[in-house]
Design a protein around this ligand. Structure first.
Ligand code: FAD
Length: 311
């Protein structure tokens, strides 16, 4: 039986290990965190309902359903109606579900194991070790552009269906009503100014990194996926849905990583470019000519397809 090492037990690493174990591979997952600390990776887990096409999400994992997003410009705001709607998921329950699916399909886990060199004794290696990927560094691949993200919580019930973002020159802040509490966060450029701004804004130490790029391994038996590959939506930094699509391409072509690369580029290059252009336009018009932007827009937040809402 072919042996596969997956480095990183985050959402994407575990999705891939589950599917490859089910397909009959002998899969080992390595993560430097303790099993119960996988949930500690900073992430809002606000994803579209498309997540259900990949992972069997039960109702008890959903903290709140979000239908609208108010984007606040310096003057005025626009309301996006998410189509499909979004779900604010409970991170701990999501990680537990993935662990359960993996355990049932026979994946072996090695927690509290930090990978510092390319592991030996495996036929294939998949680097799913996040934005600051060690595998990417060991392969001497160029690091993508890094961005900053941080989140914190207010102990206040809010079951409303509208999330809010506040555009700033260096990024944006957000507020997500999660039902039993409210999440606040910040996403921005990894500049000294961005760090200062973040430091001044948030009452939590440090900040995780999010990246935006598209990076592939040149080795025949090593692939990257997830944040390690740099695949995040350019307008929000959200990476889960896009990376689940990429993970499915990896799984369906496994172990032909060249074909996987071709499919990812074919599917994503235009979406990334379009996302960057639209993001730039919304930021520009939002800052200088907010009255030009329609007040209500129906919006597919996974693939940046927008059309003016009649409602
Ligand atoms: C503040 C914030 C909010 C976000 N909100 C959203 C959101 O609402 N929706 C959305 O879609 N996306 C969101 N994202 C992005 C999302 O979190 C990522 O796209 C997603 O988590 C990527 O999953 P992954 O499995 O690739 O990487 P990760 O979830 O980062 O998992 C990587 C794993 O690898 C392990 N690891 C790293 N290095 C090593 C090593 N050397 N050895 C062993 N283990 C290692 C880590 O412990 C970690 O468990 C957010 C990100 C941030 C920072």
């Amino acid at each position: 039986m072919k042996k596969v090492a997956v480095i990183g037990g985050g959402v994407i690493g575990q999705y891939i290990s589950w599917k490859l174990s089910e397909a009959g591979y002998s899969v080992s997952v390595f993560d430097y965190r303790k099993k119960e600390c996988l949930k500690d990776k900073a992430c809002s887990v606000l994803v579209s309902e498309r997540i259900k096409d990949f992972i069997p999400i039960a109702d008890d994992i959903i903290e709140n359903t979000i239908e609208y997003c108010d984007i606040h410009f310096s003057k005025g705001k626009t309301t996006l109606q998410f189509n499909p709607p979004h779900l604010a998921l409970n991170k701990e329950k999501l990680m537990n579900l993935l662990l359960e699916l993996n355990e049932k399909s026979g994946t072996k886990f090695f927690f509290e194991t930090r990978i510092k060199c390319i592991p030996k004794g495996f036929d294939y290696i998949i680097g799913c070790d996040g934005a600051d990927s060690t595998i990417r560094k060991l392969l001497k691949l160029k690091d993508p552009k890094l961005k900053l993200g941080a989140q914190w919580f207010l102990n206040q019930e809010d079951k409303s269906r509208t999330t809010e973002t506040f555009l700033r020159k260096d990024g944006f802040a957000w507020r997500i009503p999660r039902g039993n509490n409210i999440e606040c966060g910040f996403f921005g450029e990894s500049t000294e100014r961005g760090k200062d701004m973040l430091g001044a804004l948030i009452p939590v130490p440090g900040f995780p990194l999010i990246d935006a790029g598209l990076i592939f391994s040149n080795e025949d038996n090593i692939a990257l996926c997830g944040d390690a590959m740099g695949l995040t939506k350019p307008w929000s930094g959200g990476g889960i849905i896009w990376n689940l699509y990429a993970a499915d391409m990896l799984i369906s072509n496994f172990p032909n990583f060249k074909q996987y690369k071709k499919e990812v580029i074919h599917f994503f290059w235009w979406k990334i470019l379009k996302g960057k252009i639209l993001n730039g336009l919304v930021n520009f018009f939002g800052r200088y000519f907010p009255y030009i932007i329609p007040k209500k827009i129906k919006y597919d937040n996974d693939f940046s397809v927008a059309f003016t809402s009649k409602k």
